[in-house]
Write a protein that binds this ligand. Structure first.
Ligand SMILES: [Cu+2]
Length: 604
């Protein structure tokens, strides 16, 4: 374990006092009672976009998509019993199986953005923190929702998360539960108090006209060309694929009812599995107040950039003429060579007194004419350098000790072992494969191997003996995520997600990261804590300049640097939240102070 000097440790402890409560000791049972949830994983026939395509085996929770919302108050300990009621009959594709893919009906559920401080065993990553739950089996997730904000839960096996996802709302206190009082007020942390009347949730997801099984086989098989776009973009599990050929039954567009004059906290959840979306509401400004669970200084804008895994809360005041519908729309961002239009629409409906008395409205099949302002072009770095934490919080980055190390993650995509027609994603030349047995179980039963290498000896932070990126307890690490592209393919964007920790995005830039040249750069003035960061495709040579290069050459095209504190012993995934990329190997394991795990995690 790394040696920490006492003054340095004290400084770090002082800093941690300012961080969200998850950085303290685990707060098991802090509220006394445990809240129980039961989630039944089901396969249901589904056609949510009014098209002729029906998926006979859509994996959901209790037959619902989005899955039921989990609502708790900060500090609540939960027992979530997940039952896998899927049939046993599904057989893994031989190709997929031999390549380590998870194309079975086994499931795990991950609670995205929940830090699981002291509860690594409840993080829901197959073969890292638990064995997958087989059909007929069940698993009890026991943990504390210790940080308020907007989160979601989703399956973490193969591409199951494309239909198995549901919102998580962790309230800051009893006082902001909708209905508890006419006005809900968030503590401004010495800055502005944030006040609203009620809240709504908007979940963005994608719907493919191809079975999960077929797509998983395609991604890992030998006839891969490109990752296909979703046929439909769903808003709260609904949309219309093609308005000129409606197939019934059709639920139409999702309608979100609001009242004129009121302000709503709208929680926007990026549960897509591939694309980043622009999001806006016609005629309304969005005031961003929360990102990935952290409150930020209010920032007014007409659209959001929502990548897979990202969440926002925006305050929206209903200040437009009453009795009308306003379109909620999306478009595709960072979609190289693809039409950026999306069919993901919904409607914000001001209901005056007259419509309030209607018991049930028929499915909404047409949209209002006026469209939201969505960005015409994808904008590198968006507004990430303009956001700052809410209120008078100290500059956390200035207070933290200097980072102990910089880990470099060089990403690339290339055929598997040079086999034409295959494609894998590699981090530092390693494509992720499921370990042979669950890593956390190895730690707990004492069989986990020890590396002969010290952390200082590792190239780019990777330990080839362990197959992981080891972290020492309370280390402050910078992680540079470097995009690259092959000579003949455009650069891609990647939304990177850290399990078990939120992180600060502290710098980003085009082309290649060079430690000597860029090591000191801090171009995010007031970094915010978040758990998903989009690494933008930007800079580097043009396609024309590289077309005659060797197929073995890769060209650096954009980077981001995040900082995190290794304060949570466990086996943590860190991966691109683009599910096909992750499925094709774009994932690493942070093996964090394994010697402390047995004494640190709370086991039921
Ligand atoms: Cu990716």
């Amino acid at each position: 374990m790394m040696h920490l000097h006492w003054p340095r440790l004290l400084l770090l402890l002082a800093v941690l006092c300012y961080l969200p409560t998850s950085y303290g000791l685990p707060t098991a049972g802090a509220k006394g009672d445990i809240v129980y949830y039961e989630l039944n994983v089901t396969a249901t026939s589904s056609s949510p976009d009014c098209s002729s395509y029906t998926d006979p085996h859509t994996i959901m929770i209790n037959g619902q998509m989005p899955a039921p919302t989990i609502t708790v108050i900060k500090g609540q300990r939960v027992h979530i019993l997940v039952r896998n009621t899927l049939p046993l009959s599904s057989k893994p594709h031989p190709m997929v199986q031999s390549l380590g893919g998870g194309n079975t009906n086994a499931v795990t559920i991950h609670y995205h953005g929940i830090r699981q401080h002291g509860s690594n065993q409840a993080d829901g990553v197959p073969f890292l923190t638990q064995d997958p739950i087989l059909p007929g089996g069940h698993f009890l997730y026991d943990f504390v929702f210790d940080t308020p904000g907007t989160y979601f839960y989703h399956a973490h096996v193969g591409l199951q998360e494309r239909s198995l996802f549901g919102p998580i709302v962790v309230y800051e206190s009893e006082k902001v539960i909708p209905g508890s009082s006419p006005l809900l007020t968030l503590d401004g942390n010495g800055g502005p108090d944030l006040t609203y009347h009620d809240e709504r949730t908007v979940v963005l997801s994608e719907w493919f006209h191809k079975s999960r099984f077929a797509m998983e086989s395609y991604f890992l098989g030998g006839n891969f060309t490109i990752i296909p776009e979703a046929e439909s973009v769903l808003v709260n599990g609904q949309t219309i694929h093609n308005t000129s050929s409606l197939v019934s039954p059709c639920r139409g567009y999702n309608v979100i009812n609001v009242e004129k004059g009121k302000t709503y906290r709208i929680r926007v959840i990026g549960a897509s599995t591939f694309r980043t979306f622009g999001f806006g509401i016609a005629g309304h400004r969005l005031r961003i107040i929360e990102i990935d669970g952290g409150l930020v200084e209010p920032y007014d804008i007409d659209h959001l950039e929502v990548s897979a895994g990202q969440r926002y809360s925006v305050l929206v005041t209903m200040d437009q003429p009453d009795g009308k519908d306003y379109a909620i729309g999306t478009n595709r961002l960072w979609a190289e060579g693809v039409d950026n239009a999306s069919n993901g629409w919904a409607v914000l409906r001001y209901h005056d007194n007259q419509s309030k008395t209607q018991r049930k409205s028929p499915p909404l099949l047409t949209l209002p004419h006026r469209e939201p302002h969505l960005p015409k072009k994808s904008m590198p770095y968006w507004i990430w350098d303009k956001l700052e934490p809410l209120g008078k919080q100290p500059d956390m980055i200035a207070m933290l000790p200097k980072p102990d190390r910089t880990i470099i993650l060089n990403n690339k995509n290339a055929p598997l072992g040079g086999m034409p027609g295959t494609e894998r994603f590699y981090i530092n030349d390693v494509t992720f494969m499921d370990p042979e047995s669950t890593l956390l179980a190895q730690v707990l039963d004492g069989s986990r191997r020890q590396s002969p290498l010290s952390i200082q000896q590792l190239k780019h932070g990777y330990d080839p003996y362990l197959g992981t990126y080891p972290l020492a307890h309370m280390e402050v690490v910078d992680i540079v995520i470097q995009n690259t592209r092959p000579r003949d393919k455009p650069c891609r964007s990647h939304p990177w997600h850290t399990h078990g920790h939120s992180h600060y995005l502290i710098a980003q830039g085009p082309g290649a990261y060079d430690e000597a040249q860029h090591g000191h750069i801090r171009n995010i003035p007031r970094p915010i804590l978040k758990d998903t960061t989009l690494i933008y495709p930007e800079g580097g040579p043009s396609l024309n300049e590289t077309k005659n290069a060797s197929p073995q050459e890769f060209f650096k095209c954009g980077w981001g640097k995040i900082r995190l504190i290794a304060d949570n012993p466990g086996m943590w995934a860190m991966h691109c939240h683009n599910a096909p990329h992750m499925f094709m190997g774009m994932m690493i394991v942070l093996e964090e102070s394994p010697e402390l795990i047995p004494g640190f995690i709370r086991r039921p």
